[in-house]
Design a protein around this ligand. Structure first.
Ligand SMILES: *[C@@H]1O[C@H](CO)[C@@H](O)[C@H](O)[C@H]1NC(C)=O
Ligand SMILES: *[C@@H]1O[C@H](CO)[C@@H](O)[C@H](O)[C@H]1NC(C)=O
Length: 499
């Protein structure tokens, strides 16, 4: 795609006038051109990440109910760090075959509600790059009502029409399907085919309005095999958000990694690498795959030393903000680890790209607390992996557990595994260390790959053209707007000067 520079054309036009009108007019026109350039520069200022990959940011909007430093409200969101933001979650009203707010006071404006939907979509006015989607589903919504919906042609038709109106009413750009999962948890074997039909019908309706349709996709091989016709779904979805986490947790009753990138045993299906390679093998185009990154860890209470595979209880432990068994946000993890008197130690696994952190043994219970998680170095390496596979970009679950306040020390080791980077880029802000790492690492990884490609075959970047809401679309949209403006202004100036 050719970037049009409106200022250049404006100069050319003015030059033409000046040539006919003489030197004084030329001086005047140069001044006018400079001032209009300043004006145009302010109009065309780009918001959002400077690279062309997607960064999909989920917000778990119930984070507003967390205590103290854990409270995350839409005011805490920084739109410059994401290309897409997803409001999680809305629910399904199966009796009306309709999407519904699960927390009307938080989401809507009626009855003095806080209007979270319109607060988030309203950010598009100041951040025109931003695409805002509404997610329907999530773990707590279960699977059976979705299974009923997609199995009935009338219910599907009603839903498709209603949801289209609903998301447009609140000025969302799209819908994200978070059905966990078709065919699972009380679903039916027919879900696999019905889910394709459902996405096809949504796509037909959404194309009338230029809306995005995406879906969260489970990462385990058995779920992928049973739930998804990957090739068909890829036709109708703009992006597949792959939930590459929860590979291991306290439910295994032993210490394991939440989201290991690789294993020395390449046949282990419980790795990020396996999931992505498997989806590519099943026919998912890389340009539609978005690699999910966890901004949280999985916790364990171990009896032994707290090494990998040591036996644990089934629940794990909770954090002070997220208060959920077996789960700890990155902000909770980094505040424990930055406390030098807490007695915690940590170990990096270079194959899994995971950190295992553990406490000292509790003198009363004899237990060791363990958490496995993604550090900034894990994130940087996974971004490099995603770029190597030429994926569309990465997704985050969820940005409300990043260190969004900037309370923790920055990690020195973030780019230790990058060849071209010796020290981490300087940052003006210390907050959002994980999300900032994603955006930096995307640029750095693309540079590193471009350097490697000088010595090898270069795949066509056009492979990564994305039909809906891609960065390329957004940029060309912005520049044609500016070009149009520039043309109008310059014609006005020219007429004024001549008369
Ligand atoms: C499914 O729908 C029924 C009927 O509206 C509702 O009572 C039930 O809570 C729903 N299931 C879940 C898991 O939300
Ligand atoms: C650091 O850890 C120690 C030992 O667990 C604890 O007593 C102290 O309150 C912690 N400090 C902070 C600032 O959290």
């Amino acid at each position: 795609m050719v970037e049009v520079n409106p200022a250049y054309w404006l100069m050319r036009l003015l030059e033409g006038v000046a040539w006919r009108e003489g030197p004084q007019m030329l001086l005047l026109l140069v001044l006018l051109a400079i001032s209009s350039n300043i004006f145009l520069a302010s109009v065309s200022a780009k918001t959002g990440p400077s690279h062309d990959k997607v960064v999909v940011c989920y917000i778990s909007t119930w984070a507003v109910y967390r205590p103290g430093q854990g409270i995350y409200a839409i005011e805490n969101f920084d739109p410059n760090l994401c290309t897409h933001v997803v409001y999680a979650f809305a629910g399904l009203d199966i009796t009306h075959a309709a999407i519904k707010s699960l927390d009307p006071w938080q989401d809507l404006k009626e009855e003095f509600g806080k209007g979270g939907y319109e607060q988030l979509t309203g950010l598009k006015r100041s951040y025109p790059h931003l695409k805002v989607s509404l997610a329907i589903g999530g773990w707590n919504e279960g699977s059976t009502n979705y299974s009923r919906l997609v199995d009935n042609v009338q219910l599907r038709r009603k839903f498709v029409e209603q949801v289209s109106g609903f998301i447009r009413k609140y000025n969302f750009d799209g819908l994200d399907l978070d059905w966990e999962y078709p065919t699972q948890r009380g679903g039916s074997p027919r879900d696999r085919e019905n889910f394709v039909t459902f996405t096809k019908e949504l796509r037909e309706e959404f194309d009338n309005h230029g809306l995005l349709l995406t879906s969260a996709i489970g990462a385990s091989k058995s779920v992928i095999d049973e739930a998804y016709d990957v090739r068909q779904l890829s036709r109708y979805l703009d992006y597949l958000h792959i939930m590459c986490y929860d590979y291991h947790g306290s439910w295994d009753r032993k210490v394991g990694y939440n989201a290991p990138l690789s294993n020395t045993n390449k046949d282990d299906p419980l790795t990020v690498e396996f999931t992505i390679d498997y989806l590519l093998k099943l026919g998912a185009p890389p340009s539609k795959l978005v690699l999910g990154l966890p901004f949280y860890g999985r916790t364990f209470k171990a009896n032994g030393e707290g090494n990998l595979n040591d036996p644990t209880d089934a629940a794990g432990f909770q954090g002070p903000f997220t208060r959920e068994d077996g789960f700890l946000g990155y902000n909770e993890i980094c505040s424990i680890l930055s406390n030098k008197t807490s007695g915690w130690s940590q170990k990096w696994d270079p194959v899994a790209c995971q950190v295992l952190a553990r406490s000292e043994r509790d003198v009363f219970t004899q237990e060791v607390s363990v958490v496995t998680f993604d550090s900034t170095r894990s994130i940087a390496n996974k971004v490099l992996f995603a770029m190597t596979k030429r994926l569309a970009g990465v997704m985050v679950w969820s940005i409300d557990t990043d260190d969004f306040k900037g309370n923790c020390q920055l990690d020195e080791e973030t780019y230790a595994d990058y060849k071209l980077v010796s020290i981490a880029p300087r940052r003006i802000n210390q907050n959002y260390p994980l999300l900032r790492t994603i955006n930096e690492a995307t640029t750095l990884a693309l540079e590193e790959l471009a350097a490697n490609d000088l010595n090898s075959h270069v795949p066509d970047v056009a492979d990564n053209e994305i039909p809906h809401g891609s960065n390329a679309d957004r940029k060309s949209g912005a520049s044609s707007l500016v070009f149009g403006l520039g043309l109008i202004i310059s014609v006005m100036y020219a007429l004024m000067c001549i008369s």
